[in-house]
Design a protein around this ligand. Structure first.
Ligand SMILES: C[S@@+](CC[C@H](N)C(=O)[O-])C[C@H]1O[C@@H](n2cnc3c(N)ncnc32)[C@H](O)[C@@H]1O
Length: 246
């Protein structure tokens, strides 16, 4: 079983690959909206994010937010969306592609979007996230709080990245969109939630992360969560783990 990760620019990595090297790519690129610093009532346009980034508005933290990971991190990677070349390479090396933040990028029309409802108890800018997919299937809805949301047990989950998505969300995507024997690629792993889900479900996996700090923390998290696991099903695809039940 393959679980290979690289601390490098995913574009450099993809350029070396043949066409359709991966069965499924699940990408979560910077949306270019400086998401970690967005605040209700100060929406002065997504296009001015470079300016917002320079302000570093919430990174120093304050009030209830001061201990949150996003306020202790360098979030400059979210100031600019990826260039068109990144998307061209995704579609060249992937047979199928899922792109988080699909509503922020110029992508072809699709009927099959995935909506992640974070079940937030109050109105804010991160109530819902949307993924674009290359599949021609009915749209999907995943309802689960992220850490800090309304679901108490999610608050105990270790958070090492400011835009960390739950392992359960990636497991949901793999359950629906991946087939046995598929190799999954995440070009921008962040916390490595996608890697943990793929490993636990028995999929071959390759991932890249540019930032050395996130890369190291992600690898440590992966080791903590996965290295002790005796592979369920001896490497066969496992789609019935408990986190699918609710
Ligand atoms: C939105 S975050 C991904 C969060 C991830 N889905 C998670 O659950 O933790 C985007 C990540 O892409 C990384 N990144 C940005 N540009 C990159 C590039 N060219 N190659 C690889 N990683 C990159 C950033 O360092 C950041 O960690």
């Amino acid at each position: 079983m393959r679980s290979d990760v690289f601390n490098m620019d995913c574009l450099d990595y993809m350029k070396e690959l043949p066409d359709k090297a991966f069965d499924l790519i699940i990408a979560d690129p910077p949306y270019g909206i400086n998401a970690p610093n967005m605040k209700m009532g100060e929406h002065d346009g997504y296009m001015s994010t470079a300016t917002k980034c320079k302000k570093g508005r919430l990174n120093s933290g304050g009030g209830k937010l001061k201990d949150r990971v996003l306020n202790q991190s360098d979030c400059s990677w979210d100031c600019e969306p990826p260039k068109q070349e990144f998307f061209d390479e995704l579609f060249r090396v992937g047979r199928n592609v899922i792109i988080w933040g699909g509503n922020y990028f110029h992508l072809p029309p699709t009927r099959c979007v995935v909506c992640w409802d974070k079940e937030q108890p109050w109105e804010n800018f991160s109530q819902v996230e949307m993924a674009w997919t290359s599949f021609d299937m009915p749209a999907k809805m995943f309802r689960r709080g992220s850490r800090g949301g309304s679901v108490p047990d999610m608050r105990t989950i270790e958070k090492i990245h400011p835009t960390q998505k739950p392992v359960e969300l990636y497991a949901y995507l793999l359950k629906i969109f991946a087939k046995e024997g598929n190799t999954i690629f995440d070009p921008m792993m962040g916390s490595q939630s996608s890697r943990i889900a793929a490993y636990k479900m028995g999929f071959d996996y390759v991932g890249c992360e540019l930032d050395k700090g996130y890369f190291d923390k992600g690898c440590e998290r992966f080791d903590r969560e996965c290295k002790h696991i005796t592979r369920i099903g001896g490497g066969k695809i496992v789609k019935q783990l408990t986190f699918f039940d609710s």
